[in-house]
Design a protein around this ligand. Structure first.
Ligand SMILES: [Zn+2]
Length: 277
């Protein structure tokens, strides 16, 4: 009699345990199933919280080729490269200018402009390639001796659709800060016809860059003395990413995590330009 009661109690306990476990499983499973790594990331919100691995998951490894070629010119080169020889600053102009200058230096960080330009340009290249653009680079190291005229010709001859020239600014005044772009004027006798598309490209890149970095937008300036602009046959612009002579700009631009934002902004600006072309 006692044994029978124990069996009944044990059976009831077993049934209850199995029932409760099944109930919990049914309750939880629909939520668990929906928690893919991507929705988990989206749920977390802010893009900066994403790890590199999460980003890889959101952007397919090989985007479809867009059939668009971008030339990127990281301004200047290492100081050990002799670029002191002269070249014509526009086709047939007779005005001679140094093949390339050595650029500015971070007053507070000591970083060379040529190094910063290349670091950002390589990050932009990687982003554009991932998005399906073909990218040609004027230089991929600090030792290449390529003049401003040759940079423009390289972009022309590569059949690039546009050329983005990456620089950083310097000023006598330590309070000068923010980003700006340089393009040719409408009246430029050599490349005036490129003004419309060049300034549209510059506007796109500059506003996207300033949005991504929080740097102030100092607008687009026209300049007809730039060899790299005057020899171009395609829309071209110079981005001056910030002032290396300003403490805040200089310090921020030398920061590795901030450089990712800078490159994000430039790549997104190029993407915007082609989305509206
Ligand atoms: Zn420069």
């Amino acid at each position: 009699m006692k044994k029978k009661r124990i069996y009944v109690i044990m059976t009831l306990v077993l049934l209850f345990t199995v029932g409760a476990a099944a109930f919990i499983y049914i309750l939880k499973s629909p939520f668990e199933a929906k928690r893919s790594p991507v929705s988990e990331t989206v749920r977390k919100g802010a893009a900066e919280k994403m790890t590199e691995v999460d980003r890889e998951k959101l952007v397919p490894e090989t985007a479809k080729p867009k059939g668009i070629k971008i030339a990127i010119d990281p301004g200047h080169q290492g100081p050990h490269v002799d670029m002191s020889a002269q070249e014509e600053n526009a086709p047939g102009s007779g005005v001679m200018k140094q093949k390339a200058t050595s650029g500015t230096t971070g007053t507070y960080t000591g970083l060379g402009e040529y190094e910063l330009n290349l670091d950002i340009a390589l990050k932009v290249r990687d982003r554009l390639e991932k998005l399906g653009y073909e990218v040609v680079m004027a230089r991929e190291d600090n030792d290449t001796a390529i003049s401003n005229k040759e940079r423009a010709q390289m972009a022309n001859e590569a059949g690039a659709d546009v050329c983005v020239r990456i620089h950083a600014n310097g000023s006598e005044s330590p309070s000068s800060e923010g980003a700006l772009c340089l393009v040719m004027s409408q009246d430029n006798p050599y490349v005036g016809q490129l003004y419309g598309e060049s300034s549209r490209l510059a506007e796109s890149v500059l506003s996207s860059y300033c949005e991504a970095t929080g740097f102030s937008n100092q607008g687009i300036q026209v300049n007809d003395t730039m060899t790299g602009l005057n020899w171009s046959e395609i829309p071209v612009m110079i981005l001056e990413m910030g002032f290396m002579t300003n403490e805040q700009d200089d310090t921020m631009m030398a920061d590795a995590a901030f450089q990712e934002k800078m490159a994000d902004g430039i790549a997104a600006g190029i993407e915007d330009y082609f989305a509206h072309r």
